[in-house]
Design a protein around this ligand. Structure first.
Ligand SMILES: C[S@@+](CC[C@H](N)C(=O)[O-])C[C@H]1O[C@@H](n2cnc3c(N)ncnc32)[C@H](O)[C@@H]1O
Length: 286
C-alpha cells in the first residue's frame, strides 16, 4: 500500500460508518483523520480539497482506528480524549465519556460559585468519572475549593490523570455516601451527574451499552437509587442555603423534585438542556 488520497480514505470510512448506523459518519471519519494528522477538522476538510495524501503508516493507522469505530467503539476511546467546556480529558474503557448536556448543568454550579460572597467557597462533585464537572468548576472559578469522589477503580485511573493535568482540586476514591465527612455543613455547592438509568432500560446506542461502565449508567429499578444517595449526602455536606444540582433523565424531573422536597430541600427548580428537555434540578438546603 503506497500513498492514498485523504479524501478517498475519509469518504470510504464515512460510508462504512453510515452502514454501521453511526449518525455523524462523515464527522467521525474527519475527526479520526484530524487525530492522526494532528490537524483541526477544518484543516482536514481543506486538505481533502487539495489532494493531500496519507503515507503508508498513516493509512494503516486510519484503517485500524476506522475498524474500531465501525464496531461502535466511541470516537473518544479511540482518540483517548473527550472535550468538555474548556477541558481536554483523558478517557477510555472503564470511565464514562462526559456528555454535552452536562456542560449546561455545570454552568448552574459555576454561576453559584462565582456569585458567592465567600473568599473560597467549597464545591463537591459526587461521582466525578473523568473529572469533567469538578475540573470545570476548578478551572473556571479560581476562588472555589473543589473536592470530588469516584467509586470505580477502573475510572479512577483516568480521573487521577485528569486531576494531575489540571492540578489543585482534591480527588478521593470511595463511595459518595460516606465521603468528605470533615466537610459536613460547610459546602456551598454539591453537584452530581449520577447513574440514573433504570436497570431494565438498556440504552439503544452500542457506544453506551457496550462501552460505558455499568456503574456509571444504572441506578436501580426506578433509576433513582443514586439520586437518593446524592440527596442524603448533599443534605449532610451543605451549609444552610447551600445549592444542590443534580442531572437526571428527561422523564425524571417531577420524581427528583418530589424526592428533594421529601429530603427537606426547598427552592426546588427544574432546568432545561439546550433542546428544551428537563435534565437537571437544583434545590437549596433549608
Ligand atoms: C453518569 S457518570 C458521570 C461522570 C461525570 N460526573 C460526568 O458527568 O461525566 C456517574 C459516575 O458516578 C460513579 N459512581 C457510581 N456510584 C458511585 C458511588 N456510590 N460513589 C461515588 N461514585 C459513584 C460512576 O462510577 C460514574 O463515574
Amino acid at each position: 500500500m503506497g500513498e492514498v488520497l485523504l479524501r478517498d480514505v475519509v469518504s470510504h470510512a464515512a460510508e462504512k460508518f453510515a452502514s454501521a448506523g453511526i449518525e455523524a459518519a462523515q464527522v467521525d471519519a474527519e475527526l479520526i483523520a484530524a487525530h492522526i494528522l494532528s490537524f483541526s477538522r477544518g484543516e482536514v476538510q481543506a486538505a481533502m480539497q487539495t489532494g493531500f495524501t496519507l503515507n503508508e503508516d498513516q493509512a494503516k493507522t486510519f484503517a485500524e482506528f476506522g475498524a474500531r469505530r465501525f464496531t461502535r467503539e466511541p470516537l473518544q476511546h479511540i482518540t483517548g480524549f473527550a472535550y468538555f467546556r474548556q477541558l481536554q480529558l483523558s478517557v477510555g474503557r472503564g470511565v464514562f465519556v462526559p456528555r454535552p448536556e452536562t456542560e449546561t448543568v455545570v454552568q448552574i454550579a459555576i454561576d453559584e460559585l462565582r456569585a458567592s460572597q465567600l473568599a473560597s467557597p467549597i464545591a463537591v462533585d459526587l461521582g466525578t468519572g473523568s473529572g469533567a464537572i469538578a475540573l470545570a468548576m476548578h478551572t473556571e472559578v479560581a476562588k472555589a475549593q473543589v473536592h470530588a469522589v469516584e467509586l470505580s477503580p477502573d475510572a479512577f485511573a483516568y480521573t487521577s490523570a485528569n486531576f494531575e493535568r489540571y492540578p489543585g482540586a482534591n480527588l478521593v476514591l470511595g463511595d459518595m455516601a460516606d465521603a468528605f465527612n470533615s466537610l459536613n455543613g460547610s459546602v456551598s455547592v454539591v453537584i452530581s451527574n449520577p447513574p440514573y438509568i433504570p436497570v431494565d432500560m438498556v440504552p439503544i446506542d452500542p457506544e453506551v451499552h457496550l462501552f460505558d461502565p455499568k456503574l456509571a449508567l444504572y441506578g436501580g429499578d426506578d433509576g433513582l437509587d443514586l439520586i437518593r444517595v446524592v440527596a442524603a449526602t448533599a443534605s449532610r455536606l451543605l451549609v444552610d442555603g447551600g445549592l444542590l444540582v443534580i442531572e437526571h433523565a428527561d422523564t425524571q424531573s417531577a420524581a427528583v423534585c418530589e424526592l428533594l422536597l421529601a429530603e427537606g430541600f426547598d427552592r426546588v427548580e427544574a432546568h432545561k438542556d439546550l433542546t428544551g428537555s428537563d435534565r437537571a434540578v437544583s434545590a437549596r438546603k433549608s
